[in-house]
Design a protein around this ligand. Structure first.
Ligand code: GA4
Length: 323
C-alpha cells in the first residue's frame, strides 16, 4: 500500500469559495439572458435571485433606434452650458452636472426626464428619438417582467408588468455622460467616482451604454466587479421595489460607475416605477404558508419621497424593513 505523506502543490493552495453556481449562464461574473432562448424565463429568475443583475442578449431591438438616441445625446452634451441649462434643472427633471440628488457629487453630467412627458425644451429630433426609444424600452421592460412572472410561476402573466403599463406609472429616462477624467487611474485603486454606489429605488432599470467601461456591480460577497461594456446588449437591474414585491427573493443590486481616464462613457437608463399611489408589498402568490412580509407597508410615493432625501450609499430599503 502506498501512503502519501506530502501534499501535492494543488492541495496546498488556499481554497477559494466559488461565489456562483456552476450551472448558471455567465459571462465572467455577469449572468447572461438570451431573450430568444426557451430557457429565458428560468435564466431571468436565476439571475435576479443570485445578483439582481443580468446582461440581455438577442433582445431584437434595432441598433438604428439606439444609435439615433445616442447621436442626439452626444449632440446635446456637446452644446454650450447655457443651452444645456435651458432644459431646466435636474431637480426634479432636466440637466444636471456634478451634483446627484441632494447630497452627492460625481464626475458626470446628465439629463433626467419623465418618460410620459418629454421635455419640450429639447430639439424636435431629440424628442422624437426619445419618444421612440422610451416606448420600445418600456415594452422590453414589460416583456422581462412577464418572463419573471412566468419563471416564478405567477398568474396572471402581467402581474408585474401592469405596474409599468398604467397611465400614471412613474417612468423615467436618464442620459448620463461621464467625460474622460485623466486623473482616474482604475488600476491603482484611485478611481474618480462617476456615480457613487447605490441601488435603484424602482422596479426595474434597463441600461444601455457605449463601449466605454466604468460600470461595476457588487457581488453577494461584497466584491466589486467591472461589467465589461457591450453596446449591442442591455443590462438589467432589479430595483428596491422588485425586491419588496418578491419579499427579498430577487435582490436589488448595488452598482456604481467609475470615471474612465481616456474615453467618454454615455449611458441611457430607463427606470420603471409604479404609479405613485401604488402599494408596494410582497405578492401574496409568492408567499409560502406562514411567511411574513420583510417590509412594512408603503406606497411608491412614500418610498420615493424618502429615497430622494437619502444619500446614494444609504440603505434605503433598510428604513422600511420590519424590526
Ligand atoms: C438612482 C436611480 C435613478 O438614477 C434616480 C436617482 C436619483 C437622482 O439622481 O436624483 C437618486 C438615486 C436614484 C437614489 C437615491 C436618491 C435619488 C439620487 C439620490 C441620492 C433618478 C432615482 O430614481 O433614484
Amino acid at each position: 500500500m502506498v501512503v502519501i505523506t506530502k501534499l501535492s502543490a494543488v492541495e496546498q493552495l488556499p481554497i477559494t469559495k466559488l461565489h456562483r453556481p456552476v450551472s448558471g449562464n455567465f459571462a465572467g461574473d455577469v449572468p447572461l439572458v438570451d431573450l430568444t432562448s426557451p430557457a429565458a424565463a428560468a435564466q431571468v429568475v436565476a439571475a435576479c435571485e443570485e445578483l439582481g443583475f443580468f446582461k440581455l442578449t438577442n433582445h431584437g431591438i434595432s441598433f438604428e433606434l439606439i444609435d439615433r438616441l445616442e447621436c442626439e445625446a452626444v449632440k446635446f452634451f456637446s452644446l454650450p452650458i447655457w443651452k444645456k441649462d435651458a432644459a431646466g434643472s435636474a431637480a426634479p427633471f432636466g440637466y444636471g452636472s456634478r451634483k446627484i440628488g441632494t447630497w452627492d457629487f460625481g464626475w458626470i453630467e446628465y439629463l433626467l426626464m419623465q418618460a410620459n412627458s418629454i421635455n419640450p425644451a429639447l430639439s424636435s429630433s431629440f424628442r422624437s428619438a426619445l419618444s421612440d426609444y422610451i416606448s420600445t424600452i418600456k415594452n422590453l421592460s414589460c416583456e422581462l417582467l412577464e418572463l419573471m412572472a412566468e419563471g416564478l410561476g405567477l398568474q396572471p402573466r402581467n402581474i408585474l408588468s401592469k405596474l409599468l403599463m398604467d397611465e400614471e406609472s412613474d417612468l423615467m429616462l436618464r442620459l448620463n455622460h461621464y467625460p474622460p477624467c485623466p486623473s482616474s487611474q482604475q488600476r491603482n485603486n484611485i478611481s474618480v467616482t462617476g456615480f457613487g454606489e447605490h441601488t435603484d429605488p424602482q422596479v426595474i432599470s434597463i441600461l444601455r451604454s457605449n463601449n466605454t467601461s466604468g460600470l461595476q456591480i457588487s457581488l453577494r460577497d461584497g466584491r466589486w466587479v467591472p461589467v465589461p461594456p457591450d453596446q449591442s446588449s442591455f443590462f438589467v437591474n432589479v430595483g428596491d421595489s422588485l425586491q419588496v414585491l418578491t419579499n427579498g427573493r430577487f435582490r436589488s443590486v448595488k452598482h456604481r460607475v467609475l470615471a474612465n481616464s481616456v474615453q467618454s462613457r454615455l449611458s441611457m437608463i430607463f427606470f420603471g416605477g409604479p404609479p405613485l399611489k401604488e402599494r408596494v408589498a410582497p405578492l401574496p402568490l409568492l408567499m409560502e404558508e406562514g411567511e411574513e412580509s420583510l417590509y412594512r407597508e408603503f406606497t411608491w410615493c412614500e418610498y420615493k419621497t424618502t429615497a430622494y432625501k437619502t444619500k446614494l450609499v444609504d440603505n434605503r430599503l433598510g428604513l422600511f424593513e420590519k424590526n
